[in-house]
Design a protein around this ligand. Structure first.
Ligand code: SAH
Ligand code: SF4
Length: 381
């Protein structure tokens, strides 16, 4: 074999693709099963340590393949134990992955990005201001979770009840339903019970409302759905989320009503950013209740996290509380993210691509300071 030929990364191949890959080199399907176990149950990256595989076969695999991981450029742990990895892909693009532990619990969620940047330009979102956009590959999406597991040493796959990295939220950079194929391949890999084994019930995908893809998302993946709603009239939503002009509220809510698997036990989360004077009145809250009437819903009220150049302000705490009370009085769960949560949301919603920016050490320092020294301020600037 040509030594200079690039090797194929086995990470990110679906089970079927891995079987096909093995068939192409004259190996039986059991080989793919064996490899799957090493890749996703044991987290092994070195063929030489795959002890159930014969030495000659290990060498043959190593000649053609690699078990890849994104390079970890930075690994930051917040004083509130939130952790961020800045990952770098071979083409120089970067994305951030965040681990958000549940307060006081031995579990938590890994927040994963689906794209570098985002083609949508929601006015409150820093990711939407980034010019450079590309889809992440299935390997890059899976790789984010694998890096997190490597960091916490959660190999082999621990028992469901003892995992620190117990949940996944597709709430990082990018619109996951605009990169559905790769997101679906990646999530199926992560859900596979013979590997990483994160149940679909522990995965939440957040979308700005790509209506035509929602049904398929529910049918094919069956994950929990979160909708970035953020406004209760088309007027306001058109203004702050341009995707609403394509898929207005009526269509969005209809798609939510049709979402496969939504039930009282598995409610749809409506994310709602509190923007001062824009969407935060008592009348807005009452309209919100009318809008989602009859849907198995819960809310997540997110105090807006400002970034340099953003045109909005966060609603006053009292306004946010009043808004939440109206929803709760109607029987819905409507927690407000605390400042720790605000920091986390920033981490989740405003992930940034460093590659777009000048790599000056001051900015690097700010990124570090944002998360290491002051958990109340977003590193999104
Ligand atoms: N593109 C998807 C998923 C990523 S955004 C979506 O829009 O749902 C994850 C969440 O962060 C979304 O609810 C988004 O609206 C929110 N978000 C974006 N910018 C924010 C900001 N400045 N402050 C608070 N939340 C923000
Ligand atoms: Fe994209 Fe979501 Fe940000 Fe809108 S909120 S620009 S869809 S990442």
């Amino acid at each position: 074999m040509d030594d200079t030929a690039p090797k194929t990364d086995l990470i990110g191949l679906s089970r079927q693709a891995l079987v096909a890959e093995m068939a192409a080199i004259g190996e039986k399907p059991f080989r793919a099963k064996q490899l799957w176990h090493w890749l996703y149950n044991r987290g092994e990256t070195d063929f030489a340590r795959m002890t159930s595989i014969s030495k000659p076969m290990q060498a043959a695999l190593a000649e053609r393949y690699v078990v890849g991981r994104p390079a970890v450029e930075r690994d930051l742990i917040s004083t509130d134990t939130t952790r961020k990895w800045l990952l770098k892909f071979p083409d120089g693009n970067e994305a951030e992955t965040v681990y958000i532990p549940d307060e006081g619990e031995a579990r938590g969620a890994v927040c994963i990005s689906s794209q570098v940047g985002c083609t949508l330009t929601c006015r409150f979102c820093h990711t939407g201001t980034q010019l450079l956009v590309r889809n992440l590959t299935a390997a890059e999406i899976v790789g984010q979770f694998l890096v997190a597991r490597d960091s916490y040493g959660e190999w082999p796959t621990p028992d469901d009840s003892t995992r620190l990295l117990s949940n996944i939220v597709m709430m990082g950079m990018g619109e996951p339903l605009y990169n559905f194929d790769n997101v679906a391949t990646a999530l199926k890999i992560l859900m596979d019970g013979e590997g990483v084994g994160i149940s679909r019930r522990r995965i939440t995908l957040s979308t700005s409302g790509v209506v035509p893809m929602m049904q398929r998302c529910g049918e094919e993946l069956g994950v929990n759905l979160a909708i970035s709603l953020h406004a209760v009239t088309d007027d306001v939503r058109d203004r702050i989320m341009p995707i609403n002009r394509k898929y207005p509220l009526k269509e969005l809510i209809a798609a939510c009503r049709a979402y496969p698997g939504a039930s009282n036990a598995r409610r749809i989360t409506f994310e709602y950013i509190m923007l001062k004077g824009i969407n935060d009145s008592a009348a807005d809250a009452r309209q919100l209740l009318r809008l989602i009437k009859g849907l198995p819903a819960k809310f997540n009220l997110i105090p807006f996290n400002p970034w340099p150049g953003s045109e909005f302000e966060c609603s006053d705490p009292r306004t946010v509380k009043a808004f939440s009370d109206i929803l709760q009085d109607a029987g819905y769960s409507a927690p407000i993210r605390k400042s720790r949560g605000q920091d986390i949301m920033a981490a989740c919603g405003q992930l940034r691509s460093e590659s777009q920016r000048q790599r000056c050490s001051r900015q690097q320092a700010r990124l570090a300071a944002g998360i290491e020294d002051d958990p109340h301020h977003a590193p999104a600037g």
